[in-house]
Design a protein around this ligand. Sequence first.
Ligand SMILES: Cc1cc2nc3c(=O)[nH]c(=O)nc-3n(C[C@H](O)[C@H](O)[C@H](O)COP(=O)(O)O)c2cc1C
Length: 264
Amino acid sequence: MPAIGKSNIVLDVINNRRSIRKYLDKPVSDEILAQILEAGFRAPFAAQLGSVIYTRSKEKMKEAGIGVYPTAPVHLIFFIDIARMEKIMKKRGHEYRSDDMFTIWLGMQDAVLVIENLTLAAESLGLGSVLYGMAPARADKIAITFNVPKRVFPVVGMSLGYPDPTEETEIRPRFPLEMSAFEDEYRHHTDEDIEICMKKMDEGYIAQGYYIKSRIKVPLGDKEDTIGFDKYSWSEHISRKFRNPDRRGDSLLEILRRHGFDLK
Ligand SMILES: Cc1cc2nc3c(=O)[nH]c(=O)nc-3n(C[C@H](O)[C@H](O)[C@H](O)COP(=O)(O)O)c2cc1C
């Protein structure tokens, strides 16, 4: 499917967004933050099952077990929030009885739409952001640090601020569109398709020197690592993440149960 090639402000913001890991020492005003948060919650919703806690305290994020990029001025944690809905139901004289994976999924759907809306709103105002995926694994510490009740569960963390222009940031590659967007039926990827996907990502990341510069590597643990940073690629990195599920600690199901979800 060829791109039409039109551009407008919204598409420019979307197409130029990249994760920001170094920020200027410039505070984000309450007004700007409120505007960004407001735009986040303008996202479509299934049942408004998303919430966010924001803080300017790196110490609190540390206490919550989330290592943030040191120059970032504002941090957020997004939640699936069932507790508020339970209270609304109670007022209506109803009991919450759909404590199952579907409700959590609905909460996840609501929360991620807020996250992306907020990301783009921030971007449009000249701010940048980066996400922290380990938040669900840190749910216990997050709950204590931020006084979070049962059945409110972290989806992802984020830092927000004005990008430091001295940081080299590149637009990271994506799979070719036809490998992710299919008309009418699923594309069962052939070996050749998979090689095309890997080539696009790996050559892109290697050309940008991403792993050489960041020195990020997932340790293999059980076997010798023969790949140097010059050959370490996106597909190797992502493959290593998915072969080591134990590195996250308890299973998500166990953590969810500790936070009030009585999942079968
Ligand atoms: C759910 C999720 C979790 C992420 N977690 C982290 C993280 O812990 N640390 C980090 O530096 N970047 C994290 N990222 C950012 C990704 O690395 C980044 O979005 C991806 O490499 C694509 O780059 P781009 O955002 O610049 O296009 C995360 C992104 C998502 C969507």
